[in-house]
Design a protein around this ligand. Structure first.
Ligand code: ZN
Ligand code: ZN
Length: 292
């Protein structure tokens, strides 16, 4: 119902030649489809995180190594970022955070050397302990966040989702907008109740490090996650798989397993729109919501 409303509204806006509807302009830009140490080192798949544009706000989620390079490479504007989110204290999720905070403004200070404050940072206390006070002082607002957190940001509800991942505390993040809901799983393995984070979500962005049944204690593989995807009620309209590890696609893997994982998920779930992340991929939210 929400999707139909958004579609109609987008058509109306297009006919009227307006470009002011937040939902119509919302998009995701993948600044990195790789995850883990191999891709950090080789950049075979980039590790710059994700830009999420919603309600005329630009958020940068998990700016890993090379984020500043990728945002320029893919013709996005770092000065437009006003919301920074780092989901946990691993390099591929926070390494370029200070760079992106500094790059989010054209001028650092006025002629009297008063530093301009801009932007909101949502992250774990562990990441905050690592960020220099110099960069923290550049921000308007700092929000320590956990998997139990729930805040309102410019009218949008942002909710932490549970992860089980390594020794570090962290969170996934879900945005409940008036027109749709989207969740970014962050790094996690599956666990009892994993699906409960995502009931009612329209778009799910899943960090799927490994293909088929290749086990990693800290991450999920395709065979592990499919039963949990089937328990999400209702099924998401679209699933984006991303943050692929070395076993999924790299010179160390036998082949690029990504296309076969898309086919498998489509075959074994009711989710009809399954999209594989690629470096620089630009996805309009309205198109995800209208695909059946
Ligand atoms: Zn990661
Ligand atoms: Zn991690």
């Amino acid at each position: 119902m929400k999707a139909r409303f958004l579609f109609t509204w987008c058509i109306f806006i297009r006919r009227k030649n307006y470009n002011t509807s937040p939902g119509c302009a919302d998009k995701i830009v993948i600044l990195g489809s790789g995850g883990g140490r191999h891709h950090i080192r080789t950049q075979y798949r980039a590790t710059g995180g994700i830009l999420f544009h919603f309600n005329n706000i630009q958020a940068h989620i998990d700016p890993g190594p090379g984020a500043i390079v990728r945002i320029n490479q893919f013709n996005e504007d770092p000065t437009k970022t006003e919301l920074f989110i780092s989901t946990h204290f691993h390099l591929d999720h926070f390494n370029d955070l200070c760079t992106m905070i500094e790059a989010s403004r054209e001028k650092l200070h006025d002629k009297n050397y008063v530093y301009k404050k801009k932007g909101t940072l949502i992250t774990t206390q562990e990441v905050l302990n690592f960020i220099p006070q110099y960069h923290l002082n550049m921000l308007e607002k700092i929000i320590p966040f956990t998997s139990n957190s729930r805040i309102k940001y410019n009218g949008v509800e942002i909710v932490g989702t549970k992860i089980e991942h390594s020794h570090t505390n962290g969170f996934g993040v879900r945005f409940n907008l008036s027109e749709y809901s989207i969740a970014f799983s962050s790094d996690t393995t599956v666990f009892d109740g994993f699906e409960e984070n995502f009931h009612g979500v329209d778009i799910l962005f899943l960090n799927l490090l490994r293909p088929n049944d290749i086990i990693c204690k800290r991450h999920m593989n395709t065979d592990q996650v499919i039963p949990y995807l089937n328990k999400i009620n209702p099924q998401p309209k679209a699933l984006i798989i991303n943050h692929f590890g070395a076993y999924m696609d790299s010179p160390l893997s036998k082949k690029n397993y990504v296309p076969s994982q898309v086919i498998k998920i489509k075959r074994e779930t009711q989710i009809r729109s399954v999209i594989a992340g690629e470096d620089g991929l630009n996805i309009k939210i309205s198109e995800l919501l209208n695909k059946v």
